[in-house]
Write a new protein. Structure first.
Lengths: 467, 936
């Protein structure tokens, strides 16, 4: 065999299977097959099959682009489907292969070849319809309120379909507000150690040096829109409320943005790019109409895809330009907060550990700010989490579509959390909160999973900043 | 694949462990070298040695070839499924089996990622030294196959220096334990042979490695130059000045721009012509002075800027940019070919210039990233595979670069291996005899040619073997009582008269009693060839020797017909101080060598036992002395040699470059082969800058036990002394003893002063006694005594046992002198013990041994009993020197089982007629080839 194997460089005729990937052949060729991504990939580490590694999946995509492999092949679908989309491989890739983008194109290819599972199709359909989403979330909240899911997560056995039900129950239960958080300041006050008097409004901590990537460049603005999300708003409404309160304390009043919809992340990852584009257009419209200059997102998964709306709508003649401007205005909540001098809260007596959502760390490249945000809360004891940069196995709807694999990957994370013996593990993404929370619940551990803004919010509340 | 086979394999490894669908095999069609695609027949993912062995046995039954694969990061195509092979991947064998921080040994499964082992050792302040650029992804199994190096191997050496044992599955599915912790494995160095065999000899499933302390301090410099040549000159200057940095890496302009454009931007100025990374490590004291010194060297060579990493983060950024350079190339060109070749360091500027010319001639962009310290070049040729003309030019340019490197005295690969990519270049460096020998060695392990077919040896060499000599004939020949024609008469006319010694003149080589056999002293290898050919024609048996001091201890058979000695071959053939290599004839005495090297402020840091030691004897016995723990043994410090097989074929093995993985490693096979395989004519040595200061601290005590704690704190201290030696001499009947501990520290004056202070502190801390420092003369005395321990004695043994059995070991060693004779009377003889470093191995010497009137029988029984006792505790007993009468009863020709078959097979490759002494191993060789860490 010689070096001169040809790769297709142009398209002939109308759209055919594999065409979408053929368009991306230059991106695929960026991969030099060095293999550095292998140990970074959770599925490869678990299964040892190179088809379940980033390099292997890229090679399969390349085979499709070269016309050597039919995208309808079950193997192609299986191995793309098994990818968590955590993009840990992008962080270690020396060639800068845009794996996430290629994965989306490949999944789109799979979907068009008819390879999307009915369960995925149903779920994506649900999130594409705001009214349906709201209804489903209302039902879920009602079920959650019965307290049954929390009980089932603890008591159901781990065999067959019961395991799936147990996981789902655990996830739902983990999304609930934790009343215990309110208790955390109490005994500190009683013992009188390390307490500070509530501070007056406007007291500002020193600006963190070398802080957020660009947050410090943001001037205080009144034209800030908060992205609510579908699961975040449906099950974690309390987090969105907390976010708004925390922003207000820090002189950022969020505006009302009517007409915003699901971010489309699940659709992008699931291979339904058309619906994702429709949702993206709707969001661009909504925030533009409201006149938002900055879009703050408190869910890592949503933020990751919204920062890439420019790529999603690259070929849209009407929206390409607006999507670029929109994507540039998206900030993760932690970037915004850590970039500004943060108001200090009351001390909380908590041992916490921080997990990094893949879509914040690897997809958005935001590493330091979530921890920095909690510097404003005195009294916290922070312990390191082993493998904090590794995926928890939640990965959007992965925990639901691949309960076995997701469960095994999640088990590692849960074991690491248990080893820290922390009161709370914080992670700024609803999917991760539910996945880790479910794992902890089935292990019957007292450690709770929260989003970091909830801690800050409680600290502000106890400091009297909301009076 | 036949359905039946599929079913059988699935039964062995389970559903998830077998891949057979063509669409799922695509991902395995390439490894790190994407220029080739070979679709495997199937992929099997075993989880442990048992599964792997069962899989190989099953494939062997159907005569189906297989290819071992780790992470598939190799750049020579070694893991490609050529020959319609089944891939056996170690990706599921990724468990660290054991890690002993006190003995500093770890045992891992072959699929463990290199960086993961270092991460696991980190909490104990230890690391695994070899750090190939792909260490974040590559597996230790792959490292073993390729004998991987890495930026830091300039100081720490390549993989072979750190691997002590292997669990190895032969292509027929039989499992062997090779080597093992303790090192004194009898027979040939099979670990050394398998390391670097590129997966062609079998499948390595578990690996035992040594770990090393993470150095206390590190200084990293980055020097910017206007052009590559200036950077090369700086490297030569640094080495010549006596510094031994742990890494010297050069990055050229093209690479700098690619790295800076990638996510790993290290902050190099993008307009620089070349950048040189210099790193020094060790005890903190003295490092700054060394860094200043290196900086001065860089500036003298014309560096426009020299930066120092001020924090660990800055240092890591520097390294990250270097280590991920290959990957970053994807940014500037769609395809790249990473070439790999080594040249003697002083030829670097010249060869770099030629590489640039070659690039211009063929109109190709060539980027250079390389290990400047050891002359290992990595020209990266950038191209686009969609342009067939360019692809053709890449092939031509590659070949030309290889030619240039070989012409400069280098070799075709320093660390990436030959694989499939460089097979056709093998003939540039190896003669037909050498290729034939390699093919024959391979066939000993893999007679059916099932393992990694179509790799390493050029097409046509594998399988075209001379018929293997009949093993029984070899045995018979070795044991027969010779009655040949008179050798002296037979040599008439072949050599000048002064080459032959008989009668009293031959006495120094007499080790067999009776009248000494004639001794032939050739002046050159050609003369040795003539003698060996004549010996083959006449059926003489030949013993090989240097000064003759080891003869008696190596051959337990009857006297040979003649002795062939290198004593008159003692010229320096080639010495380029700047390359830190020297080629010397084998008869050179170590004392003369040291004297010669001292003039250039260099040394060969081995201190093997013996008074009149010749280099040939040191290499042949493979024995190292007290400095072995810190510097490695002859197998690590001999880069190449030229030799003559038992049937008179002259060949060269290895080369004269520090890093060399071209072909199978015959050097390590010959080192320690005790003159049973080939006559060694000359040896190329790896040299080091001579330390400016050499000091020895001593502590005296009443017995070994009293100083044991002192030994272990000294040996495990992070300053890593060059030697830690504990001696104990008993006077008579073992009642009165005295012990002395010597700790040798070498290096720059500043460093030694600081280390001496630290060492004094820890020795006083364990309350071992008064710590004295020896004067220069006393130092020499002390180490001379250690050297002579095993020579001026009648019986010398090496005993080892697992660390937790050290007290049993000492007990056994002391009882060596307490033998009960035929009348059950106790014979008590004075015994001297020596313990090197923290290893739980002892050298034992017994004097005043009398083996008249049947005592030999009792001694043999006594020693066999001790050996059994030690084996019971997982240890071993090796005889270094003993009267012939004892040896004959203790040794036999070859051990039974697959291990013995391998050894006799190798012997037959080199000495088919059996004219050289037969290989001797203990009668009751345990199933293992040595001791080792507990396995699961």
């Amino acid at each position: 065999m010689s070096l001169a194997e040809k790769a297709p460089t142009h398209l002939e005729g109308g759209p055919r299977p594999g065409d979408a990937l053929k368009f991306e052949v230059d991106k695929l060729l960026t991969c030099v097959h060095c293999g550095f991504c292998l140990p970074a990939c959770p599925t490869y580490r678990l299964l040892g099959d190179e088809n379940d590694s980033p390099r292997g999946r890229l090679h399969l995509m390349r085979a499709v682009a070269e016309g050597r492999l039919d995208p309808a092949t079950p193997a192609f679908q299986l191995h793309l489907d098994r990818c968590l989309g955590c993009r840990a491989c992008e962080t270690v890739c020396p060639s800068g292969v845009r794996y996430g983008e290629l994965l989306e194109v490949a999944r789109d290819e799979v979907a068009r070849a008819g390879g999307m599972r009915w369960s995925v199709r149903a779920m994506l359909g649900l999130f594409a319809r705001p009214a349906a989403t709201r209804a489903a979330m209302a039902v879920a909240r009602a079920v959650r309120a019965t307290g049954l899911p929390a009980l089932m997560a603890r008591l159901l056995p781990s065999w067959r379909w019961m395991a799936g039900l147990r996981l789902a129950s655990g996830m739902l239960a983990a999304s609930a507000r934790w009343p215990g958080l309110r208790e955390t300041g109490r005994h500190l006050e009683e013992s009188g150690e390390d307490t500070v008097a509530p501070l007056g409004r406007g007291h500002v901590l020193e600006r963190a040096s070398g802080g957020g990537t660009d947050g410090s460049a943001d001037a205080p603005s009144e034209r800030v829109g908060l992205f609510l999300g579908c699961v975040q708003q449906g099950l974690f409404g309390h987090v969105n409320e907390a976010t708004a309160r925390v922003l207000t304390v820090n002189d950022l009043r969020t505006m009302d943005v009517p007409g915003q919809v699901c971010c489309g992340a699940l659709h992008v990852h699931g291979g339904d790019l058309e619906t994702a584009r429709a949702l993206a257009r709707a969001n661009v419209d909504a925030f533009t109409a409201a006149g938002a200059e900055m879009v703050i997102v408190n869910a890592a998964g949503c933020g990751a895809v919204m920062k890439e709306y420019d790529l999603l709508l690259e070929h849209d003649p009407v929206y390409a330009e607006r999507a670029r401007a929109f994507a540039a205005s998206v900030r993760d909540l932690s970037e915004v907060l850590a970039g500004r001098g943060l108001c200090r809260g009351a001390p909380l007596s908590l041992t916490i550990t921080t997990d990094a959502p893949c879509h914040l760390l690897h997809a958005q490249g935001v590493a330091q700010t979530p921890a920095k945000m909690l510097d404003a809360v005195p009294g916290l004891r922070v312990v390191m989490l082993r493998g904090a940069e590794e995926c928890c196995g939640g990965a959007g709807i992965y925990g639901v579509t691949h309960p076995d694999l997701g469960g095994q990957i999640g088990a590692d994370k849960v074991a690491a959390v248990i080893a820290t013996d922390a009161d709370v593990v914080v992670t700024p993404n609803p999917g991760c909160v539910m996945q880790i929370g479910a794992g902890l619940a089935t292990e019957r551990v007292r450690t709770r999973t929260l989003q970091p803004v909830e801690i800050l919010d409680e600290s502000y509340r106890q400091a009297g900043r909301y009076q | 694949m036949p359905h039946q086979l599929t079913r059988a394999l699935r039964a062995l490894v389970g559903d998830g462990g077998l891949i057979t669908e063509p669409s799922r095999l695509i991902a395995y069609e390439s490894d790190g070298l994407v220029a080739y695609r070979y679709l495997p027949r199937a992929v099997v993912l075993p989880t442990d040695t048992d599964q792997a062995a069962a899989v190989l046995a099953r494939l062997h039954r159907d005569r189906i070839p297989f290819v071992p694969r780790g992470a598939g990061t190799g750049l020579s195509g070694g893991a490609l499924a050529t020959g319609e092979a089944v891939l056996v991947s170690t990706s599921r064998m990724n468990r660290i089996v054991a890690l002993d921080p006190i003995a500093r040994v770890a045992r891992v499964q072959a699929g463990v990622v290199n960086a993961d082992l270092s991460a696991a050792a980190l909490p104990y302040g230890l690391q695994y030294a070899p750090d190939p650029s792909s260490q974040a992804a590559c597996t230790l199994g792959g490292n073993v196959a390729e004998n991987s190096g890495g930026p830091h191997c300039l100081k720490y050496g390549v993989t072979s220096r750190w691997v002590t044992g292997l669990t190895f599955v032969l292509p027929n599915g039989r499992v062997l334990e090779l080597g093992g912790w303790g090192r004194d494995a009898p027979g040939y160095d099979l670990v050394g042979v398998v390391v670097g065999s590129e997966g062609c000899f079998g499948l390595v499933t578990e690996i035992e490695v040594r770990l090393t302390p993470i150095p206390e301090g590190v200084r990293t410099l980055l020097a910017i130059f206007d052009d590559l040549e200036a950077a090369g000159t700086a490297v030569t200057g640094i080495i010549a000045s006596g510094l031994l940095p742990c890494a010297l890496e050069i990055i050229d302009a093209e690479t700098i721009r690619a790295v800076e454009a990638s996510v790993f931007a290290a902050g190099y100025p993008t307009d620089a012509g070349a950048a040189l990374v210099v790193e020094m490590d060790g005890t903190d004291a003295g490092l700054d002075a060394e860094a200043d010194h290196a900086e001065a060297c860089c500036r003298a060579a014309g560096a426009s800027e020299v930066r120092r990493a001020r924090s660990e983060r800055e240092r890591l950024t520097l390294w990250k940019g270097r280590k991920k350079a290959f990957g970053a190339m994807g940014r500037i060109a769609p395809d790249m070919l990473v070439q790999d070749a080594t040249v003697p360091r002083t030829r670097l500027p010249n060869v770099l210039h030629q590489v640039g010319e070659i690039g211009r001639t063929y109109g190709l962009r060539i980027a250079n990233v390389f290990h400047g310290g050891d002359g290992n070049l990595h020209p990266i040729i950038l191209f686009d595979r969609r342009d067939p003309d360019e692809v053709a030019r890449v092939d031509l340019a590659s070949r030309e670069i290889m030619r240039a490197c070989v012409a400069a005295g280098g070799t075709i690969t320093g660390e990436h291996g030959v694989g499939i990519d460089k097979r056709e270049y093998m003939e540039l460096v190896f003669s037909p005899t050498e290729l034939q020998l390699m093919a024959a060695v391979e066939a000993v392990f893999d007679p059916l040619g099932l393992c990694n077919p179509e790799k390493v040896l050029p097409a046509g060499w594998r399988g075209s073997l001379p018929k293997r000599a009949d093993q029984d004939r070899v045995r018979e020949r070795g044991a027969s009582v010779a009655n040949p024609a008179d050798p002296v008469a037979g040599l008439e006319g072949l050599l000048p008269h002064d080459r032959v010694r008989i009668g009293d003149a031959a006495a120094p080589w007499s080790a067999w009693g009776g009248s000494p056999p004639p001794v032939v002293l050739p002046r050159a290898t050609e003369e040795a060839v003539a003698v060996i050919l004549r010996a083959n024609a006449e059926g003489w048996r030949v013993a090989l020797a240097g000064s003759g001091t080891w003869l008696g201890s190596l051959d337990s058979g009857s006297p040979p017909d003649l002795v062939l000695s290198t004593a008159h071959m003692d010229r320096v053939l080639e010495y380029e101080p700047g390359d830190l290599t020297m080629t010397v004839e084998a008869g050179m005495r170590l004392s003369a060598l040291d004297h010669r090297l001292a003039r250039n402020r260099q040394w060969w840091p081995l201190d093997p036992p013996g008074r009149r030691r010749t280099l040939g004897a040191v290499v042949s016995t493979g024995v190292s002395g007290p400095t072995g723990a810190a510097w490695g043994g002859p197998r690590d410090l001999a880069l190449g040699l030229s030799a003559v097989t038992g049937d008179g074929r002259a060949f060269r093995a290895g080369g004269r470059v520090v890093k060399n993985v071209a072909g199978f490693d015959l050097v390590r096979l010959l080192v320690g082969s005790c003159g049973t395989l080939a006559f060694v004519g000359d040896v190329t040595l790896r040299l080091f800058p001579r330390p400016a200061m050499d000091r020895t601290l001593v502590v005296r005590g009443a017995c070994l036990e009293q100083l044991r704690e002192a030994v272990s704190v000294a040996a495990s201290h992070r300053v890593t002394p060059t030697a830690v030696e504990l001696l104990e001499c008993s006077r008579s009947n073992g009642h009165s003893r005295e012990a002395i501990l010597g700790v040798r520290l070498v290096g720059s004056a500043e460093r030694v002063r600081e280390e001496r202070r630290l060492m004094r502190e820890v020795l006083l801390g364990v309350d071992a006694g008064v710590v004295d420092e020896l004067a220069t003369r006393a130092t020499e005395e002390f180490w001379r005594e250690v050297r002579l321990l095993e020579e001026e004695t009648d019986l010398a043994l090496r005993l080892s046992a697992p660390r937790e059995q050290t007290s049993k070991l000492i007990e056994a060693a002391r009882s060596v002198g307490q033998m009960r004779d035929g009348r059950n009377a106790l014979v008590g003889l004075p015994v001297s013990l020596a313990m090197s470093g923290g290893a739980s191995a002892l050298r034992v010497a017994v004097r005043d041994l009398c083996v008249e009137s049947g005592a030999a029988e009792h001694w043999a029984e006594h020693l066999t009993g001790l050996r059994r006792t030690l084996a019971h505790y997982g240890g071993s007993l090796t005889v270094v020197r003993a009267p012939t009468g004892i040896l004959r009863r203790l040794h036999k020709l070859a051990p039974p089982g697959p291990m013995g078959e391998l050894m006799t097979g190798l012997k037959a490759v080199f000495d088919p007629a059996g004219i050289l002494p037969a290989i001797h191993v203990p009668v009751d060789l345990p199933a293992r080839n040595g001791g080792g860490l507990a396995k699961t």
